[in-house]
Design a protein around this ligand. Structure first.
Ligand SMILES: Cc1cc2nc3c(=O)[nH]c(=O)nc-3n(C[C@H](O)[C@H](O)[C@H](O)COP(=O)(O)OP(=O)(O)OC[C@H]3O[C@@H](n4cnc5c(N)ncnc54)[C@H](O)[C@@H]3O)c2cc1C
Length: 397
């Protein structure tokens, strides 16, 4: 029988960040994942995905010690623009635009755009340096049984692991959530997000632009050296059709949707498409079990909030567990888990519902909603508390 304080199922970015935080606070951990370990950072090629990490998330990443390395492949987000482009492909005179600058909040940037594969690789390199973390890769979670004072977990290859707490950061289809008997509200959006990275001829000026169009938002996000990543949401069948286009025709469609702001475009990574859905677990905890990140909530990429929300789960969970550990209390007790549930359920609920509403409002083509969207954007041009509040909510500051 193997023993640890905490077993984390799921070695994605949130699971690894949590492991580092807990290991630094002296807990003994196992991280298990059904997949292979990430390659070393120096050998990790760019894939099609980046994540915009806002204010507080960078602080959480900084505490893992990887930020000086990761910053080299990240780009600051100094300006963010939202454009109502619902008349696309009609003339550009139909657009309503609102731009926000980090300097309005007295900051140099709202956050940073970070390549996801590099983030995960850097976190794994940092986690490997912690002597109190053991890794079981290619070893899928199978079942768990609560017992007095702990929980016994069976993986596909490693049986009978004994822990005081089991944490599921095992993604949207979370087998840990299922084993815990936690139900989830789940609704596919019938949309996919096309992602890729491209080079362009005009400077992006550290500005991310989110175009709101029927079908879904189209967002380009700045990367170093005149590169951008894109999150381009379409109805699923339309996204699949774009992916089937020859490279030249796909590049032309992409360039069209940037409304010429970035000049000539050249693909750097092939495009891929990600099905979008709304998912929210009814609870974040069960006896001796906690859920975090996409195991607990999946939201649309509009507003770039998903991983930011997950990292707030990680910070709270790490603080509550470490404090229980430091005080000699049971880290998997009902009291500890109830504190996590209480601390996170409000943020998860409000953020999930707000993003769900925003996604539906942007994709809708009813005339009344279109007028509302345009009026809201125009109202945001007024200086004052309303505008500041919107910027701070985006930052979760
Ligand atoms: C197109 C797109 C753009 C996005 N952009 C942003 C953005 O700009 N900003 C932002 O904050 N967020 C963004 N997000 C959200 C963010 O990318 C995700 O929330 C995040 O990557 C999910 O991480 P995760 O670890 O929860 O899940 P996953 O990455 O799915 O990781 C789950 C892990 O669990 C493992 N696992 C699964 N089953 C088992 C099992 N049985 N046993 C063991 N291990 C298992 C998997 O192998 C995997 O490693 C975006 C999402 C999409 C789709």
């Amino acid at each position: 029988m193997k023993n640890c304080d905490t077993l984390i199922i799921g070695g994605g970015a949130p699971g690894l960040a949590l492991a580092i935080h807990l290991a630094k606070d002296g807990l003994n951990l196992i991280v298990a994942d059904a997949g292979a370990p990430p390659a070393p950072l120096s050998k990790t090629p760019l894939d099609s995905r980046t994540v915009a990490l806002m204010g507080g998330s960078i602080g959480i990443i900084e505490e893992t010690g990887i930020w000086p390395t990761l910053k080299k492949c990240a780009n600051p987000l100094s300006r963010m623009a939202v454009v109502d482009d619902s008349r696309y492909p009609a003339g550009s005179d139909q657009m309503v635009e609102q731009a926000f600058s980090a300097s309005e909040l007295g900051r140099t940037e709202f956050g940073w755009n970070v390549p996801l594969a590099q983030l995960r690789a850097a976190l794994f390199e940092a986690a490997k340096k912690q002597k109190n973390i053991a890794f079981f890769w290619n070893d899928a979670f199978q079942s768990a049984q609560e017992k007095t004072g702990g929980i016994t977990i069976h993986l596909a290859r490693t049986k009978n692991i004994s822990a005081r707490l089991l944490i599921g950061t095992d993604g949207r289809n979370s087998p840990v959530r299922e084993a815990a008997g936690i139900k989830a509200t789940r609704r596919p959006y019938g949309q996919k997000a096309i992602t890729c990275i491209f080079k362009h001829s005009r400077p992006h000026e550290d500005t991310s632009v989110e175009f709101h169009r029927t079908g879904g938002p189209f967002t380009f996000v700045p990367m170093p050296d005149k590169h951008c990543s894109v999150v381009w949401v379409e109805k699923s069948e339309d996204a699949d059709a774009f992916l089937r286009l020859p490279k030249q025709a796909f590049t032309k469609a992409l360039e069209d949707r940037t409304r010429g702001r970035l000049g000539k475009i050249e693909l750097v990574t092939p495009p891929s498409a990600w099905p979008l859905e709304y998912l929210r677990a009814e609870r974040l905890t069960a006896p001796r079990i906690a859920l975090a990140a996409e195991a607990a909530h999946v939201i649309s990429p509009i507003g770039a909030q998903g991983l930011n929300l997950s990292l707030r789960d990680i910070k709270t969970l790490a603080e509550i567990i470490s404090s229980a550990h430091a005080n000699g209390l049971d880290i998997g007790s009902h009291t500890t888990l109830a504190a996590y549930e209480r601390a996170r359920k409000g943020d998860v609920l409000t953020r999930s519902l707000t993003i769900d509403l925003a996604n539906q409002a942007v994709a809708s083509d009813t005339p009344a909603l279109r007028v509302m969207r345009r009026l809201t954007l125009r109202a945001l041009s007024l200086p004052g508390p309303w505008r500041q509040l919107v910027m701070k909510k985006g930052l979760a500051a």
